[in-house]
Design a protein around this ligand. Structure first.
Ligand SMILES: *[C@@H]1O[C@H](CO)[C@@H](O)[C@H](O)[C@H]1NC(C)=O
Ligand SMILES: *[C@@H]1O[C@H](CO)[C@@H](O)[C@H](O)[C@H]1NC(C)=O
Ligand SMILES: *[C@@H]1O[C@H](CO)[C@@H](O)[C@H](O)[C@H]1NC(C)=O
Ligand SMILES: *[C@@H]1O[C@H](CO)[C@@H](O)[C@H](O)[C@H]1NC(C)=O
Ligand SMILES: *[C@@H]1O[C@H](CO)[C@@H](O)[C@H](O)[C@H]1NC(C)=O
Ligand SMILES: *[C@@H]1O[C@H](CO)[C@@H](O)[C@H](O)[C@H]1NC(C)=O
Ligand SMILES: *[C@@H]1O[C@H](CO)[C@@H](O)[C@H](O)[C@H]1NC(C)=O
Ligand SMILES: *[C@@H]1O[C@H](CO)[C@@H](O)[C@H](O)[C@H]1NC(C)=O
Ligand SMILES: *[C@@H]1O[C@H](CO)[C@@H](O)[C@H](O)[C@H]1NC(C)=O
Length: 356
């Protein structure tokens, strides 16, 4: 009898292992992603379904970056599907952490012609459960195409974005702070807020201030040589003038900050809807831009609606929309360890001493 149940147990283990290893996500874009505890979580976005139609997805899964893999071999990728947890059906949302135990998926468009989605969906990582975070009035309207960023150990800010009520899009420029420990929202009283914008990127600098890059309003792209900075200590907006060759304006691009103080900007779309594949570096000590040199560029890797995440010395460019109107199912990894030379790589080996 004992023998028999041991046999069943072993069989189940093998079955579960085989099943988990088989999950390979399809291409998507307009998703949100966040790295917590060596897991790169991906939520929602758009997928192409039959006849090239776009559909929202509530798929939710992670890549385990404590393991090795080769991005050109999908079967080697340690993905784990968590869609069964019932994540939000959203695109153009943004993901932040704050308290290390939860993921907050903020804003975004929901299913067409139905109730607006909850503004904040919280995923408890330990319990593997979703909850809607209630928010009452306060004048905070649902919005899309925002970029959240954590600061001061447990606070998350969102600035501006677009409200989208029944397809009527309005650009806004209020700044809200979400206290993840108290589940409470507050609005910033700072005056002289920058112009309204969507599709920008927010980066928290090592001093705790927040830098805003790129984006667009209904008539223009935002200048890249004059960047709004929110001083989280003095609660004030200032404007940073950059030097160096200024990158072309863009929206739906990515930006990551390296440990040695470089913001790396990649891809996006320009005003004429051209997809971009260029790399730009902003030194946060001098606020000088320079063009990033990729030693082995990938032809036609022009992409938007992707996310980028720093994992050790690599920038992971996760999913996205190619300029040929197909969605990327790939993670492109850029080695960002050298200031003056960047290289695409396909082999990932975890860095045990440097995992986040
Ligand atoms: C389209 O998205 C909706 C909402 O997520 C989902 O219920 C439906 O099954 C999807 N349709 C297809 C064909 O994937
Ligand atoms: C989250 O984790 C980081 C790194 O372990 C730690 O420094 C920080 O205090 C944690 N934040 C909170 C709000 O617990
Ligand atoms: C606004 O919502 C409509 C309908 O749900 C959608 O088609 C459109 O893409 C949304 N606009 C933006 C800017 O997200
Ligand atoms: C700017 O952003 C909005 C909202 O995301 C989008 O609907 C619009 O097409 C963009 N406009 C241009 C010219 O890029
Ligand atoms: C749109 O952005 C451009 C460039 O920053 C700016 O000159 C213009 O005033 C903005 N329009 C609105 C309505 O904010
Ligand atoms: C932010 O405000 C603090 C307090 O007033 C000040 O010490 C600091 O220099 C400011 N930082 C920037 C980048 O302006
Ligand atoms: C790809 O992006 C580069 C710059 O980022 C641009 O010069 C080029 O025209 C783009 N190619 C296409 C096919 O859009
Ligand atoms: C679209 O472009 C990407 C990037 O260049 C390429 O990998 C992919 O095969 C292309 N897809 C189609 C359907 O042409
Ligand atoms: C691993 O971490 C160390 C220390 O942070 C760093 O010097 C090294 O370059 C990292 N290696 C990789 C492959 O990320």
């Amino acid at each position: 009898m004992l023998h028999f149940s041991c046999y069943i147990y072993a069989f189940l283990l093998i079955f579960i292992f085989t099943f988990a290893a088989a999950f390979i996500p399809d291409g998507r874009f307009g998703h949100s992603s966040i790295l917590i505890d060596s897991k790169l979580y991906v939520s929602g976005g758009f997928k192409f379904i039959d006849d090239g139609r776009l559909n929202l997805t509530n798929e939710f899964f992670y890549l385990d970056v404590s393991k090795s893999f080769t991005t050109t071999d999908p079967n080697s990728m340690p993905w784990t599907d968590l869609t069964f947890t019932g994540g939000p059906d959203k695109n153009l949302a943004t993901a932040c952490s704050g308290n290390n135990n939860s993921i907050f998926i903020i804003g975004g468009n929901g299913v067409l012609n139905s109730q607006p989605p909850p503004f904040v969906n919280q995923f408890d990582i330990n319990k593997q459960q979703w909850a809607d975070v209630p928010f009452h009035g306060c004048g905070l309207k649902n919005r899309v195409a925002v970029s959240c960023t954590g600061f001061n150990n447990g606070l998350i800010s969102i600035f501006g974005g677009c409200t989208n009520t029944s397809g009527s899009v309005e650009f806004v420029n209020d700044l809200w702070v979400f206290n993840t420990l108290k589940s409470a929202w507050g609005i910033s009283i700072a005056i002289n807020a920058p112009l309204p914008r969507c599709n920008y990127r927010a980066i928290t600098l090592p001093d705790g201030n927040i830098l805003y890059i790129g984006g667009n309003n209904s008539t223009s792209l935002m200048p890249m040589d004059n960047l709004p900075l929110y001083n989280t200590t003095s609660i004030a907006w200032i404007s940073v003038t950059t030097s160096g060759a200024t990158p072309p304006g863009r929206q739906r691009f990515s930006a990551v900050l390296t440990l040695d103080g470089r913001i790396i900007v990649f891809g996006g779309i320009d005003y004429e809807s051209t997809f971009l594949g260029d790399l730009w570096i902003l030194d946060i000590n001098t606020f000088q831009w320079s063009a990033g040199q990729i030693s082995n560029p990938i032809a036609d890797l022009n992409i938007s609606g992707h996310t980028a995440t720093l994992v050790n010395n690599y920038m992971f460019v996760t999913f996205g929309l190619f300029n040929n109107e197909s969605a990327s199912a790939t993670i492109y990894m850029l080695d960002v360890s050298q200031k003056d030379s960047y290289a695409w790589v396909t082999e990932f080996t975890p860095n045990a001493t440097n995992l986040m």
